[in-house]
Design a protein around this ligand. Structure first.
Ligand SMILES: [Fe+2]
Length: 199
């Protein structure tokens, strides 16, 4: 299965795409999401869960928006108060693409239990079983001819990566990702990412 979505429909789901100033970066983000729709086993992005664990009830697209907006908020405050420069287009594109491989790393599970939220039950796909999280998204960024620094941001956003970036955009993306995740985990009563740092 797969589906087709127009650019306008995608912009309704992820309106932050329109904030990317560089037209090439913007069209690259759109192209990758549209290609993901055609390749994935889901019928629409609104059904894809954020993950298959404690946040399975959440919609991936809400998480992607939350991370992108939180990361930009961190960057804006650091720039205003500390004068820390950052590449806004890269941070927007990285936030919007960091989990674009998740619709391919999972597939619908028709026999799965209801998730308790708007997302549908899912299970790991062959890509999810065989490739590290974000590897496919990184491949897509490079295949689209987008900058290596953007590919690096996407690759290093997750704990699954054995590399870390020293770019300030990577820091904002990393913490925004876990903050938005904890915003979804804590209401479930399960262990939040912030507890990982507890001694
Ligand atoms: Fe994420």
């Amino acid at each position: 299965m797969s589906f087709t979505i127009s650019e306008d429909e995608l912009l309704t789901l992820l309106p932050e795409i329109a904030e990317i100033g560089d037209p090439e970066l913007r069209s690259g983000v759109v192209a990758i999401w549209l290609r993901t729709a055609q390749k994935c086993a889901w019928n629409r992005f609104e059904d894809v869960p954020k993950n298959l664990g404690s946040e399975k009830y959440r919609r991936l697209i809400d998480h992607v928006r939350g991370v992108t907006k939180m990361a930009i908020a961190l960057a804006e405050i650091a720039e205003e108060l500390h004068g820390t420069p950052y590449n806004r287009d890269y941070l927007l594109a990285a936030g919007l693409l960091h989990d674009v491989s998740k619709p391919l790393e999972t597939e619908p599970d028709p026999a799965g239990e209801p998730t308790g939220g708007p997302a549908l039950p899912g299970r790991k796909s062959e890509i999810g079983k065989k490739l590290q999280h974000a590897a496919y998204a990184t491949h897509e960024v490079l295949a689209e001819g987008m900058p290596l620094d953007l590919a690096s941001l996407v690759l290093t956003h997750t704990h699954d990566s054995n590399m870390r970036s020293r770019a300030i955009e990577a820091s904002y993306l990393f913490y925004a990702d876990y903050a938005d995740s904890d915003a979804g985990i804590l209401p479930t009563g399960q262990k939040a990412f912030v507890e990982v740092w507890k001694k």
